[in-house]
Design a protein around this ligand. Structure first.
Ligand code: SF4
Length: 344
């Protein structure tokens, strides 16, 4: 199997809080803890979880909008976590981001055409006819008329603004787009159009997506694989079909059970889990899900479960559903780590 396009290894982000930023005694927010995954070319990995689980922090870490506390992010074999600002700028061509709120992510004083060509002009000066041709081509690619080139963001609808944000992301022909809740601010019908557009663009251009969402209906529509996060950690990662057909982690089951069921013939799983997500400043001991977990046993309170493979490409962190003894059965060496790389 060829190397993945994106490889994330043990990515961790801790923030120190309050006045004593430099003080070792000030509280630490453990936003992302030892997260590892990979994404192949042209693949869509969705990251799901409740608000505050760390999924948006991962988007910012991948783009190096914030710096990791530890861990590595490798794109096409190059570790971008150590690159200087200049070297990183060149690599940013390969990765672009689409944001949740298209309006606040677009410069309100620039026309749609200028917004689209702006990223390209950071790398090379374009003559006016080239600018117009590029803007027209990208507007058409995202299903908008080139006539809209002279409009300001305030003169566009929410769906058109998100299409414009996608056109801007495409301008540098990236291999990877990180979409952070990219459709959650849109009406249901517009949301479906934008999702279909992203799928079409992926098929035409071979782009990979890291798609961050709290909405399981969106995830089921677009994902090849799904990583479920709870309190900064991945607790289950699996091919999309396998995850929805047979979720294994109690938290994944609860998320799926809590999601609206559009098909009345499809049975709900178990009652949704109760209680709030604990604070990442003072996470519970052992498995962080234990205060809410209906299956918790004594071991869950004292020891954090490792991600263990339970099927091809399917890993779970749970003492009950995926006991560590599975490692010995499924892997040649009990010491080796479960593979988080997509199955060939
Ligand atoms: Fe629940 Fe224990 Fe599994 Fe955590 S390790 S999900 S507390 S059963």
């Amino acid at each position: 199997m060829s190397d993945p396009l994106l490889k994330v290894e043990n990515l961790t982000k801790h923030y120190r809080l309050g006045m004593g930023y430099l003080s070792k005694s000030s509280p630490v927010v453990r936003a992302v803890e030892q997260v590892s995954f990979s994404v192949g070319a042209g693949e869509t990995l969705c990251i799901v979880g409740e608000s505050g689980c760390g999924k948006s922090t991962i988007a910012r870490l991948l783009m190096r909008i914030v710096e990791p506390t530890s861990g590595r992010v490798t794109i096409d074999g190059t570790d971008i976590t150590d690159l200087t600002a200049n070297a990183l700028r060149a690599w940013r061509r390969r990765m672009q981001m689409v944001f949740q709120d298209p309006y606040s992510s677009l410069n309100p004083r620039l026309t749609a055409g200028d917004i689209i060509v702006e990223p390209v002009e950071n790398f090379s000066r374009l003559k006016r006819p080239q600018r117009q041709a590029l803007a027209a081509e990208l507007l058409q690619k995202v299903g908008m008329s080139p006539d809209m080139m002279r409009r300001l963001p305030s003169e566009l609808s929410g769906g058109q603004r998100q299409r414009l944000g996608i056109a801007r992301a495409l301008a540098l022909q990236p291999s990877l787009i990180i979409a952070d809740e990219a459709v959650s601010a849109l009406d249901v019908s517009v949301r479906a159009q934008i999702l279909n557009l992203l799928v079409d663009l992926q098929q035409q251009m071979g782009i990979a997506y890291v798609f961050i969402s709290h909405d399981l209906s969106v995830v089921e529509h677009i994902a090849d694989r799904v990583a479920v996060m709870y309190l900064g950690r991945i607790v289950e990662l699996a091919p999309c079909e396998a995850l929805f057909a047979k979720p294994s982690h109690p938290y994944t089951e609860a998320l799926i059970a809590a999601a609206p069921v559009p098909d009345p013939t499809r049975a709900r799983l178990e009652p949704p889990v109760e209680g709030e997500v604990p604070s990442p400043i003072n996470p519970p001991s052992g498995c962080a899900f234990h205060p809410r977990c209906p299956l918790a046993i004594e071991r869950c309170r004292v020891s954090a479960p490792a991600l263990v493979p339970i099927a091809d490409g399917h890993v779970v962190a749970c003492h009950v559903r995926a006991p560590a003894s599975n490692l010995a059965v499924l892997q040649p060496s009990a010491e080796s780590q479960p593979s988080l790389t997509p199955a060939a």
